[in-house]
Write a protein that binds this ligand. Structure first.
Ligand code: HAM
Length: 419
């Protein structure tokens, strides 16, 4: 084979689409209930947007972006996530002037140059929500509630919500320094990467999975101990609302997330069915991002989840969500002379909203019937010289086995199928 898809980028084949549709439909239906509106930003942005928004020290910006110059030498990047794009669009189009609280959602591909493995690819798809324009802790909880509702309504089990607060910028700065001081005295027994991280971004050490580092991470300072009174009150309110709504959570004192824009609440929903890449979705507050991008001070909160990971978990349940849509009708042609009529009927019936198929491979009648069974057609009609001569045919309902005589007119065939 001469060509293969790019490493870490996968085709989603027709037999898998059923599962994707189940998830996409559920997301769209939920968004109507919670009143979030769809936004579709472009896949390419100026690189600067992600550098400023996500942070130059993050792994995402430092190592994982697909960045290249356009024909005029401007640096462009395939979006590694959508929060930065949504905030850019929010500002660029002055959406906030119409209604200061904007509740938006998106679905679409993201690109990260990561080492591909199960549950991690270089092109992957995210669903996400961004609620921009309110500091209300009830909004943090609304966003978390959407995440829970989605996963629960899809029938997922073995989920756990990890929650933390990393405070405002000043708290964050204090915590960072505290971590730096703590790890500096332990660096000798830690991995090389963490020794480097301690200088550039000590928060990143908390994500290290190496055994020698884990030992020190476990007793590292917790961010909640460095919250100012406002942030502390906010976090208490988030927890109270979660409890009021029976949304179970565990505090993860070292959850800080990999993107620099986060403030206050951060969370992840983890699946026990996923192995190493267990984060089904993650998010939190980003109260400074709108301002960083040149807008007015505007708090915001959101999350994004990986479609592929969600579908991996759904697949484990082995449900028949991968069945392709059943056609309403298969029109079999007996002999070449019946083809013109079959082709016209197919066109007219499809325009009447009927899903149907005909033969394009000169198959015998028997093989056409086998094919009609294979695609699970609801009805079958055979058109040959006798049918053409009489102007009538017999339509067979494949579920009940019932046959009906019909005249070969689109409206009558349609009516016979609706009976
Ligand atoms: P993130 O944690 O980088 O957050 O990604 C969110 C989710 O995307 C992850 O939990 C995971 O399910 C999925 N994901 C990430 N990378 C990959 C990959 N390489 N392959 C497959 N799935 C992946 C964000 O992107 C933030 N923008 C979320 C957010 C929205 N925060 C506030 N608003």
């Amino acid at each position: 084979m001469k060509y293969r898809s790019v490493r870490g980028m996968h085709d989603i084949l027709p037999e898998a689409i059923g599962r994707w549709k189940v998830v996409e439909e559920k997301i769209k239906e939920l968004m109507i209930r919670y009143r979030y509106h769809e936004i579709r930003p472009p896949l390419l942005e100026y690189t600067e947007l992600f550098k400023r928004g996500i942070g130059e020290d993050s792994d995402l910006v430092g190592k994982e972006m697909y960045t290249f110059p356009d024909k005029r030498g401007r640096s462009l990047t395939l979006r590694p996530e959508a929060t930065a794009s949504v905030v850019r669009a929010y500002l660029e189009h002055g959406i906030y002037a119409k209604e200061p609280l904007q509740k938006l959602y998106y679905l679409g591909p993201m690109f990260r140059y990561e080492k591909p493995q199960k549950g991690r690819s270089r092109q992957f798809h995210q669903y996400g929500v961004e609620a921009i324009g309110s500091i209300d802790p009830a909004l943090d909880v609304e966003v978390i509630d959407i995440a829970w509702a989605l996963l629960e309504e899809l029938g997922l089990s073995g989920l756990s919500l990890r929650l933390n607060s990393i405070g405002c910028q000043a708290d964050h700065k204090r915590y960072r320094q505290e971590l730096k001081d703590y790890f500096t005295t332990r660096l000798e027994s830690m991995c090389e990467n963490c020794q480097q991280r301690c200088r550039t971004n000590p928060l990143r050490i908390l994500d290290c999975k190496k055994e020698e580092c884990q030992l020190h991470i476990q007793s590292a300072p917790a961010s909640v101990d460095y919250l100012c009174s406002d942030c502390s009150r906010h976090f208490t309110a988030v927890r109270n609302y979660l409890e009021q709504l029976n949304l179970a959570y565990v505090i993860d004192p070292h959850l800080v997330r990999g993107l620099d824009y986060y403030t206050r609440t951060v969370f992840e929903l983890i699946s026990s069915h996923l192995g190493a890449q267990d984060s089904l979705l993650g998010g939190g507050r980003y109260d400074n991002l709108v301002e960083i991008f040149g807008g007015p001070s505007t708090p915001a909160v959101g999350f994004a989840g990986g479609m592929e990971r969600l579908i991996l978990v759904l697949q484990k349940r082995k449900e028949r969500t991968n069945v392709m849509v059943r056609p309403d009708l298969f029109i079999a042609a007996l002999g070449d002379e019946s083809r013109p009529l079959v082709i016209s009927l197919a066109q007219q019936l499809r325009r009447k909203d009927i899903s149907l198929d005909i033969d394009y491979r000169s198959r015998s009648l028997r093989k056409q019937m086998t094919y009609a069974n294979q695609i699970n057609a609801r009805n079958i009609i055979v058109i040959g010289p006798d049918e053409i001569a009489s102007g009538t045919g017999r339509i067979k309902d494949m579920d009940s086995g019932l046959e009906r005589k019909v005249s070969l007119k689109p409206a009558e065939i349609q009516a016979a199928m609706e009976k």
